[in-house]
Design a protein around this ligand. Structure first.
Ligand SMILES: [Zn+2]
Length: 64
């Protein structure tokens, strides 16, 4: 049981590095289906999650 756990820990360390590109929230306003959706993504969404049409996404500032 110890071996797989070690592997898992070193694996998650690598994953943490990748996450420095932080997950951001984007607001996607679609003219086609007239819906505003919120998407959490590392990259700016370019398609509406509902109808798949190309959209302009706005980054949402996290107010904490
Ligand atoms: Zn749409």
């Amino acid at each position: 049981m110890e071996e797989p756990l070690k592997k898992l820990q070193s694996g998650s360390k690598h994953l943490t590095k990748e996450r420095e590109r932080s997950l951001k929230d984007y607001e996607v306003e679609c003219e086609e289906c007239d819906e505003t959706t919120y998407v959490a993504s590392y990259q700016k969404p370019i398609f509406c999650p509902i109808c798949g049409r190309r959209v302009e996404a706005e980054e949402v500032e996290n107010a904490e």
